[in-house]
Design a protein around this ligand. Sequence first.
Ligand code: ASN
Ligand code: ZN
Length: 326
Amino acid sequence: YDDVQADTGHGFHSGDVPLTTAPSGTSRILRDPTRGNFGTYDVDTQRYFTDSDGDWADGRPSNAATDAVDVQWGAAVTYDFYKQTFGYTLVQNSEFSDGPSTLNAGVHEGSRLSNAYWSEQCHCMRFGDGNGVTTNPYTSLDVVAHEATHSVISRTAKLWYSGESGGLNEATSDIVGNLVEFFAANPADPPDYLVGEKVWKAAPLRYMDRPSKDGVSADCWSPTVGSLNVHRSSGVGNHAFFLLANGSGTSAWGDSPTCDGSTVTGIGRDTAARLWFHALDTQWTSSTNYAGARTGMLAAATELYGECGTEYRAVQAAWSAVAVTA
Ligand code: ASN
Ligand code: ZN
């Protein structure tokens, strides 16, 4: 990469962060040639952000480029996380060879929109500004990594976005959102098992240790869980991941009860992440429900760690503890 600029950005959520950008005439453009050339653009102008001196934005939402800094940096960290942790390269692949990079993102979507999403249509992410009263810009690292993960899911298991597979899809995005927080270890946004804790001012959007803390999400599987909104049935998957990584009861990251009164011993975040991704990448399919998630993750555990080892038994224990039984 001959023509790469090492810049600095000032984000609202992320603080002062490094940005890799590209030259564009006498200016710089917010695209990253070292990571598949993805970029962040303004939805209103449909143009990538540019900057004359490489010192991007000022950390205030009133500066249009501030949200772009959070998103561009968050996408770069997400790219590095996938590559270093799973050996997965989050860029254009043959399926969309002339389409935009999957990490392309638009900011200032809608009018005071309190949401963010990944779009199958543009193969891009979109981020709202929030309303400034009860919500901040929806551009925090866990939200960026959540949306980027929807694109990974659409190229791996392709989990249908409804019913239990939709809950598993949403849980996967929430889980990676927080794994990327741990990977970044940014003092401006310390890691946790909370989802969207920086976007809604009153409380986190979701909790992984005990999802029902939000008053609406499911802690445990039941025959009707698939009829919930996918952002609520995701609780079963989020809870299972939390138990697998950290175990039940009180830990540094939360206070996680089990649905069956059992005690679960965690196998650590890194091993839990590896198992979850391997199941997503090689076992789960579009129609995988929670029972299938358990079966597929046990197959992943056998492949990675051997049958009936510590990891295999921990996967059994974690899913049983959220009432997804054999
Ligand atoms: N923020 C939501 C999500 O990415 C938007 C949606 O409902 N799809 O899950
Ligand atoms: Zn989502």
